[in-house]
Structure formats: C-alpha cells, structure tokens
Design a protein around this ligand. Structure first.
Ligand code: SF4
Length: 694
C-alpha cells in the first residue's frame, strides 16, 4: 500500500468487501492509487471505514494478478497465454461442441456477488439468451439464498426491510447468528453507538461474539444455543408472545392475513414450543428465553439483525420466516427502528440476486415460468427464453458427476475453496469438459479450468453495487483495467461468439436496460446516481428518491403472511464417534476465502485459521494451546492449530476459513437448506485429536 504523497485527483467509489458498502475516495497520484479515504458524505458509512476498506486494496495491483487470458486442452497441460480473441473463440467453440454432443442444458454458469450489477446482469443474460437455458446461479446460493426465499414468502420481497440509520431508533436490538463487529465493522460500530446510548441487546449465538461483552456494552441476554437449533429458539419466542398476550393485535388485524395468523397463533401456543421444552433442545435456560422474548415484544422498537448463522442451516429458510413471523406478530415492522435485517456478506450479494442470477427467476425475482414476464424479456432481448428452471449450484455438481453437465463459466467465485464438502466439489469440477474461470488470481477452482479469463478489481470497474440496505452505490474506475479489458466486455464478447450479440457501448447502457426491465429499478440510471449520490430500491415513479424503510402501511405482497415453522433437527448430529459440533465464522481483517485480503498487509494481523475449543473439551483430549489438532468429520479430515477458548461452549468448536491451507470445507457436509440448498456450513459433527504439523 502506497500511503504517501499529495494526490492529484480523487475518484469516488465503493468498497468491494462487505455488504455495508462504504463510500471511499480513491486518491491518485498519476495512475497510482495512494490512499483510500472514507467519504464523509457516504450514506452507508458517514465517513467511517474498517481495516479492510481502508487498507486492504493493494491486491488490485498485486504481482499475482493474471494479466493475460490463458487456455489449455487438458488440466494436466501447462497454461498457454493467448490473445483475448483466441481465448473467447476457444471458449465458445468448446461450449458449442459440448452442447452439440450433450444437449442444450449441459452448460451453465455462476455469477459473482463481488462483481457489479452490470457484470452480473450480462452473465445471467449470456446464459439465458446465448446458452438458451436457465443454468445460472450465484454464490449467494451458499450464503443468503434463504433470506431471498423467506422474506419473499412472508413480506413479499427478497430484501432487508430497513436502512442502516434505522438502528438509531431501535430500543431493543436482537442479533442472531451475526457478528457485526467482525463481519460488518462500520455498521457494527453504528450499532455499538446505539447500544451505548442505552438500547437493550439480545444475542443468540453459539459463540460469545465481542458484542456479548465489550467496553461499555454488555448484552442483556446471550442465548448461547447449540448449533442447529435456531428454529426451536424462535418458536419459543413466538410461544411466549402468543401465550402471554404480547401480540400486537391492532397491527396484525390491520396488516396481516387473518387465516395464516390464526394458524400460526395455534402453532406457536403448542406446548412443544414452550421455553421449558425448547431448553432441552437448545440448551438455553427457559427463564432467559422468556425474559428475552418479553423484552423484544414490549421494549419499544425491536430490530432483528441476522447473518449466516441463520441462513447456513438445513432450516435456514424456516428460521428467516420464523423471525419474520415474530416481527409481524409484535408489530415490529414498517417503521423506523424495527424490521428484519439480513447482514449480507459480500459487497453485492443483494445485487447479484436482484439481477436475476437464480435459475428459477428472471431479474426482479420473477418466475421464469411466468409467460408474461418471459414475454417482456423476450421482446426486449429478441430471443426465445426457456420456461424451465435451471440447475442450482449443488445440482450442477451432481449433474457433472453424473456426466450430464459438462461446461461451466464461473465468474469471480472460488467454488473449490468456498463450497462445502471439497472432495465432492473437486470430483464435479474434474468431470467437466470445459471450465472457464474468470477471476483476478489463479484460484483453487482454476486448478480444474481449461480457460482462464482475467477479471478486474473494483478499482477498475464502472458500475454499481447494492449493499445490505438495498442501497445502489456507484463504483467508478480509478485505474485502467490491468488486463486490458473491462469485465462486462468479456461476457459480451463470449456471448457474441456464442451467437447472441450484446452491442453495449458502456456500462451505463446496461443499467438503462436493468431499469427498463426491472420495475424496482425503473428510476435508476448512472446519471441519476451521480446526481443524487445513491438510492435504495425500490426507486421508480412511486419512489423517485428510493425507499429507506420498506413495508410502511402495506407489505409488498399486500397482507403479511405467517408461515408455520416446525423445528426439524438437522440430520448432522453428534454421536460417540463425532461428539463435537464444528461451526464457522469470520474475522475482521480477513475477507471470505482470503483471495484478496491475503494479498495485502492485513495478513500481518491474521495469518492462519485456528480452531477454538473449550478448555474442558481440550483437556479431555490432551489438546494444548497452539498445538496442532486433527479435525475429522464424516466427510474428511484437516489440521489446524488449537486455541483454547471459553468463547465456545463445551461440545462446540469453531474456526474461520480465510486460508486455503486450513481446509475447513474438507470437513463440512453437503447438507443444505430444504428450500434453497444453501449449505449447512454451521453444523458439522467432528472429533478432535492432537496431531503433528501437516
Ligand atoms: Fe465498509 Fe465493509 Fe468495506 Fe469495511 S469491509 S470499509 S465495513 S464496506
């Protein structure tokens, strides 16, 4: 990182790490970025930043960046650098050959939540219009797909309900399966400010995250539940609300469906959901559950914030709907200071979902099977679209192993490292006849690739990201594309080589198309964003300045819909052979699989993943602080250094997965959410034994 000199110009852009979406001024001297300075007018960050956005941008010019397209016949061959023309022609030829041999649906692709909306839009369009199928999915599959499903069922739209500043009106903050101070630091600080002002705090997490006890803040309740029992806990909250007369009857009568609420009320009142019964499932004392539920229902504005500790479970979607039910029953929705708020992991998870990356939905979450919607896109794109949903990522892997799915275009996601059950993923990737990887670095997935198309970093992109509060932020190029081609042009060139023309002149024209075809974006353009700064969708004729808080007066679907949320234990249970439950999380200075942050000075602060283990479990196994341990699950085995810690309860161990050598996903299973196939990263039965250094 160059941190010296007087800049001769600045470019206003958006951080490409987490879902907070902080605005930054990139300060440049000549053609070199010398500093990233948080923008005081940034509507998501108000001049604040964290160590990732502020310091960890040097990866953009790191020596490991691949600058030239490369191809190889077989994965055992050495890479051969080629021109863009040759790489694109070669990719199209191989994909066409596969379709000719195995059929139209034998190829597909994955969009990236790190790329801009404009880039994602083109990838899903390439698949639908040039591949002629719906085999498009997004890396959001493995993080927040249950949010998309659950909030749509209950409220009618697949997005968080509030803007970040809404937390300043919250009286009771409920944090479930989220670690805001590590994973969303700028919003975590905003939340801390509100807590220091006196807001109450309820945390439901198997691990004692920093917010449980930090200077001047102590959680009123830390419900340290066993991993995999979220739904039982939320049902117990519902039981207390219903049986103790804490329902906001006026709100429910005016805003929600009579029938589904009546059914839910009966369901919640069932003694199976009583705190006393749920204590046996979750391990959380019944009196704490009762007291926390009363506090949420009666303490003023109650705001729920949740993360991957909710979604990455076999009942991820059920839990999202459980929280939505609870918010509606207590009237904690549709105004400032309340709501159900997913803390999105990557910078553009919200956008990649909005842009139609899912195999069953066209942009704007509209079914591919809907003739009218499809007709609209067909009219604009001039091509017939497939009415059948395509493959989700796990289906792509299964079909690849079965020999039916043979070609894949992966934009900016390292599936070989980030997806669960690594051995299974590697088997699938090895079965492909053409894998095209588009990324900054030769990542783990590229080991299986036949074509490597070098992508661009956020400092080279022109477009938009959408953060966790639905805010559409401009991303502006500070430096030229290091590999000579804007990323959206790569997709457009591949599409043209496949036979479908994408004649855009610039990224702004892609946003114009997004606005034309997606009602919630109807009022959005680069010009408008450049004038107004940023807006939160829906932004259209009805809401020309955007929508900070959703569902005011009426839910997007009309009346709020209650869903019954039976608790179904995960099949991934501890037993005598695998007596501990492994759960996973993040750390402040690193980001996701670390491809970017590991190539910056942030690695000085965190250079390896470790395994947290409770002192009693460590002692029982002869495990010592800092020594290597083997972690064995039903799927595989890896080795990490042990950290003895009381942050985890006895019976639970915890690690991060920022470093490929840790191999955390070697042990995770392919269990997944029943509705969306989001992997159950948060629950893996394991045994720990002392080990030698690997
Ligand atoms: Fe902001 Fe998140 Fe970037 Fe940190 S990583 S600067 S909190 S957007």
């Amino acid at each position: 990182v160059v941190e010296e000199g007087v800049p001769d110009r600045t470019v206003l852009t958006t951080c490409a790490y987490c879902g907070v979406g902080c605005s930054f001024k990139a300060e440049l001297k000549g053609d070199q970025v010398i500093r990233m300075v948080p923008d005081k007018d940034g509507k998501a960050n108000h001049g604040h930043s964290c160590v990732k956005g502020r310091f960890a941008w040097g990866y953009a010019t790191h020596k490991d960046r691949i600058k030239s397209p490369m191809i190889r016949e077989k994965t055992t061959d050495p890479w051969r650098e080629v021109s863009w023309e040759e790489a694109i022609a070669y990719s199209a030829k191989r994909l066409k050959e596969i379709q000719a041999k195995y059929g139209r649906k034998s190829i597909g692709g994955i969009t990236s939540s790190r790329c801009t909306n404009e880039e994602v839009w083109l990838v899903q369009k390439l698949i639908r219009a040039a591949f002629h199928n719906n085999n498009t999915d997004t890396c959001a599959r493995v993080c927040h797909s249950p949010t998309g499903y659950g909030l749509k069922q209950t409220f009618g739209t697949s997005a968080g309900t509030q803007h970040f500043d809404s937390v300043e009106e919250a009286d009771v903050i409920v944090v479930i399966g989220s670690n805001p101070t590590e994973a969303h630091p700028v919003f975590g600080s905003q939340m801390k400010r509100r807590l220091r002002e006196g807001a109450k705090l309820i945390i439901a997490d198997p691990r004692a995250i920093d917010l449980v006890r930090t200077p001047h803040i102590e959680a009123d309740y830390h419900l340290q539940l066993k991993p995999g029992t979220n739904v039982a806990l939320i049902n117990a909250f519902a039981h207390v609300v219903v049986t103790e007369g804490l329902v906001d009857e006026e709100f429910v009568k005016a805003r929600c469906e009579d029938d589904s609420f009546a059914e839910w009320r009966d369901f919640a009142a069932d003694p199976v959901n009583s705190p006393e019964n749920v204590e046996k499932i979750t391990g959380v004392p019944a009196e704490d559950i009762r007291a926390a539920a009363r506090l949420y229902a009666t303490g003023g504005n109650g705001a729920i914030y949740y993360g991957l500790g909710v979604t990455e479970h076999s009942q991820g979607s059920t839990m999202v709907m459980g929280m939505a039910n609870l918010a509606m029953a207590t009237g904690n929705i549709g105004r400032l200071g309340v709501g159900v708020n997913p803390m999105r992991g990557q910078n553009n998870v919200q956008g990649s979902c909005d842009m139609g990356s899912f195999p069953h939905e066209l942009p704007g979450y509209r079914s591919v099977a809907d003739d009218a919607v499809r007709g609209e896109f067909e009219g604009d794109w001039g091509v017939e679209l497939d009415p059948e949903p395509g493959f989700r990522i796990p289906n792509m892997f299964d079909e690849a192993i079965a020999g039916k799915y043979k070609g894949m275009y992966v934009q900016g996601e390292d599936i070989a490292q980030s997806d669960p059950n690594t051995h299974h993923v590697e088997q699938a990737l090895s079965s492909l006849e053409c894998l095209i990887v588009q990324d900054l670095f030769l990542n783990e997935t590229a080991r299986f690739a036949h074509v490597f198309l070098p992508g661009t970093s956020f400092l080279e992109k022109d477009g938009t990201f959408i953060n966790a509060e639905r805010r559409i932020n401009r991303v502006r190029p500070a430096i030229k594309p290091q590999q000579g081609m804007e990323e959206w042009r790569i997709t457009a060139a591949l599409s043209e080589a496949m036979g479908y023309k994408m004649p855009y002149e610039n990224a702004s024209q892609i946003m114009d198309e997004i606005a034309r075809l997606t009602p919630t974006f109807a009022g959005v353009s680069f010009k408008m964003l450049d004038e107004k700064g940023s807006v939160q969708w829906p932004c259209n004729e009805a809401a020309p300045d955007g929508t900070p808080v959703m569902h005011i007066g009426e839910f997007v679907r009309g009346k709020g819909h209650f869903v019954l949320t039976d608790y179904v234990p995960t099949t991934e249970q501890a037993n005598r052979k695998f007596p501990l439950i492994l759960t996973t999380g993040r750390i402040l200075s690193q980001y996701n699989v670390g491809a970017q942050t590991r190539r910056t000075q942030n690695s000085d602060w965190h250079h390896e993943d470790v395994l947290e283990i409770h002192p009693s479990d460590a002692e029982a196994r002869g495990v010592h602080e800092g020594h290597w341990v083997s972690i064995r699950s039903r799927k595989g085995e890896t080795t990490l250094r042990a950290k003895i810690s009381e942050r985890v309860a006895p019976g639970v161990v915890y690690t991060t997965f920022h470093h490929p050598e840790s191999g955390a996903n070697i042990v995770t299973t392919e269990n997944s959410d029943w509705a969306t196939n989001c992997p159950e990263y948060k629950v893996t039965a394991v045994e720990i034994t002392p080990a030698n250094h690997k």
